[in-house]
Design a binder for this molecule. Sequence first.
Ligand SMILES: Cc1ncc(COP(=O)(O)O)c(C=O)c1O
Length: 402
Amino acid sequence: MRVILKLSIGMLKQGLEKEKILRLIDEKLELDHKYDDGSILGSMCTEPLEFGREIYLKYLSKNLGDPGLFQGTANLEKEIVSELGELFGEKNVIGTLTTGGSEANLIAMRIAKKLRPDIKKPEVVVPISAHISFDKAADLLDIKLRKARLLENYELDLNHYKKLINEKTCGVIGVAGTTSLGLIDPIENIGDLIEGKNIYFHVDAAFGGFVLPFLKYLKYDIEPWDFSVKTVSSITADPHKMGLGVIPTGGFLVRNSQILQKTGFEIPYLAGGNFKHFHIVGTRPGGTVISFWAIMKYLGLNGYINIVKRCMEKTHFLSKKIAELGGVRLAVQPKMNVVGITTENGESICKIDEELRKKNWMLGKFQDFNLIRVVVMPHVKKEHLTLFIEDLKKIIKKIGLA
Ligand SMILES: Cc1ncc(COP(=O)(O)O)c(C=O)c1O
């Protein structure tokens, strides 16, 4: 019997000229929103620093999945981890850059489970405002998530959180910079709840990690959220959010270096030799690491402080304008560069979101909390916010909210 193989029909038999390909890409990407046109108001990512982009392009083939082959790159990663550890209150941490906050949170959840083999059906307590990556991790790792409620003011209901901790709890999560409102959970209080209980405590500062330390330098009143809280075991902090790193660059830091030996994956066959790592992925970019090392060196502390300062100035500008509008109000007074907007009298926020999208404004919508939110990233300019407010005012009038 003859078997007829049908060749792929999507792929061209003969390749195209580069010019033609570039034109095609331009045409096809016209559908994409651009950071600098101002329409992206609800993203926690932004344009990476230009210098970081240049460096990244130079080192695309570096593979930290085999660090023995790229020891120079691996050393730069160690330097980054140590500098970030110091920024977060503990220089002698270990850690790694990841593909993003989701991978970092997945790693943390896995560690929490691994460290408590005595618990048959492990549970992790999270605030209900925690990022969806914890649901994904719980699903993948067969961990039961216990979700703590929020109070009316969107802050964590610590009493409810406490009730969810029991003998099956292997880990607890606090968020420093929630996805919806940029709020900071009471990390010290959560720490008190687990003190002496052999429970792993992970803080998700995917967004806040590159905001909160700089707000402190700007004399904002920031409650302790990092390794300065002695019960905190690990932290997620993402360079590709407010760190201005290229996508994908996340970060995961652990206080206790023994944890890698206890829970890391051993990879026995690599060309560069044996090593242990926390990662879910195998092959992973070294270019993002080198690029972020360069970005940190280039910006320095003052560079980051200035970026955060400017974002906060625009945050205050937007907050003031929202507070002056009728029909909507600020969900909370912003703690960082995240502005949540809800309706004044409890009407659904969905219609406003729908109308804003028709006018090309892309915000985040959090239906459970009945709010939309603007993340005032470096690409968001004051003139964009002014135009946004004008449109929002018209929409409020059109749908009869004010
Ligand atoms: C608090 C928080 N944690 C984790 C994540 C997930 O990060 P990533 O999208 O890089 O996986 C996000 C994303 O917005 C976040 O806001």
